[in-house]
Design a protein around this ligand. Structure first.
Ligand SMILES: *Cc1c(COP(=O)(O)O)cnc(C)c1O
Length: 387
């Protein structure tokens, strides 16, 4: 028996120059908010094609800050896809707003523009597509809907750093775009997040929000008591990111195109290997989309298989593949059922996707042999289950 290390569904790729960059900052004068935060924000804004970038302590904090800057508050509604990580809708709840879930396409798990538009009411403030798996949502359709109904468009791009939609970079299209630097995402700062926007005033508000709501700019104070004087103008949080995390972020950002190329190459090999297999449906890359494969979600054609998704999932795990199911529909979560009365059966697209989905391991430093092993294992486990 050969040694079979566990292959996670994703993981960080930290290289020697990343370590040197972090140590350099740790030896300097600034640990938390200092010049490296500004530098990371400038470089990130340039990469994403936005005028401003605001760095925060997580992707969740990025969503919270963006929703805050968009004016989301008590009594408002925010439209989010039924298939996403819970953080997307939680950020609306933090602000006293109500998330309104919209169904997703059962093939791509992307929010359906018509479903989102149908969920709009007089109380709707923002619409929040998610670029699921790294595959951009139809941001032109969402832009039109947002304009027609005077809503703020916020793109949850936690999966989609470096993705493009019709030639434009994700981060340059919506009013706000949020990113995560959790270790499973494209680049990491340990924990961390970023918001991009072209709105200078919103960037000021988000920087205030990440630092307790405190304003120090003398031009923006209601009075000036002296050089020490500052004001807490809104209820903010401590959502600061540290200088040494941003040193890691800068060093990682310099490699993002290389990481994406590696992910796309692995995805290409998977798709080629599974395309003609009975019982497996491979992820789509729509025309106009540059998919960056934060995850590689296959769907099982369960009517063509005699094993259940659970049996296949458990066999893949037993073979050492760190497969995942992403995501359980958020409206199914007990918190949402209790607080907002959502129930099973309301979002058939999200439910259909969930019932057949399995995410395979994909991360840039996978070796050829790792990719071949995933292909071999999937072919054998699912091949055995074919009718
Ligand atoms: C990871 C993720 C988040 C939250 O990011 P954190 O950095 O873990 O707080 C938000 N939305 C989606 C879709 C995510 O995948």
């Amino acid at each position: 028996m050969s040694h079979r290390p566990f292959l996670p569904y994703s993981r960080q790729n930290i290289l020697p120059d990343d370590l040197r960059a972090v140590v350099r900052v740790l030896k300097g004068d600034w640990l938390t908010t200092g010049p490296t935060v500004d530098e990371f924000e400038r470089k990130f804004a340039k990469y994403a094609g936005a005028k401003h970038a605001v760095a925060v302590s997580s992707g969740t904090a990025a969503l919270h800050a963006a929703f805050f800057a968009a004016g989301v508050g008590p009594g408002d509604e925010v439209i989010v896809p039924a298939t996403t990580f819970v953080a997307t809708s939680n950020a609306a709840v933090y602000l006293g707003a109500t998330p309104r879930f919209a169904d997703v396409d059962p093939e791509t798990a992307l929010m359906i523009p018509e479903a989102a538009e149908a969920a709009i009411t007089r109380k709707t403030r923002a619409i929040v597509p998610v670029d699921f798996a790294g595959h951009p949502a139809d941001l032109d359709a969402f832009r039109r809907i947002a304009r027609r109904h005077r809503l703020v468009l916020i793109d949850d791009a936690a999966h989609a750093l470096g993705a493009r939609w019709r030639g434009r970079r994700i981060g340059s299209i919506a009013d706000f775009t949020t990113f995560s630097f959790h270790p499973v995402k494209h680049i990491t700062t340990g924990e961390g997040g970023m918001i991009t926007t072209d709105d200078a005033e919103a960037a000021v508000r988000m920087r205030m929000f990440r630092h307790h709501g405190i304003m120090r700019d003398p031009k923006r104070l209601s009075v000036n008591e002296g050089p020490w004087y500052h004001e807490m103008q809104v209820l903010g949080f401590n959502y600061r990111i540290t200088d040494f995390q941003c040193a890691l972020g800068i060093s990682q950002l310099a490699k993002v195109e290389r990481f994406i190329k590696a992910r796309r190459e692995i995805a290409r090999r998977y798709t080629e290997a599974f395309r003609d297999m009975d019982g497996v449906l491979t992820p789509l890359e729509r025309k106009g989309a540059r998919h960056v494969y934060h995850i590689y979600p296959i769907r099982l054609a369960l009517d063509r298989l005699k094993a259940s998704r659970r049996e296949i999932f458990e066999q893949l795990r037993k073979e050492g593949l760190g497969v995942q199911v992403l995501y359980i529909p958020v409206p199914w979560q007990p918190f949402y059922r209790k607080r907002f009365g959502t129930r099973r059966g309301q979002f058939p697209g999200a439910e259909r996707f969930y019932e057949s989905e399995i995410s395979l391991p994909i991360f840039p430093q996978m070796r050829n042999a790792d990719v071949a092993r995933v292909i071999r294992t999937v072919r054998s486990v699912i091949g055995r289950a074919a009718r």
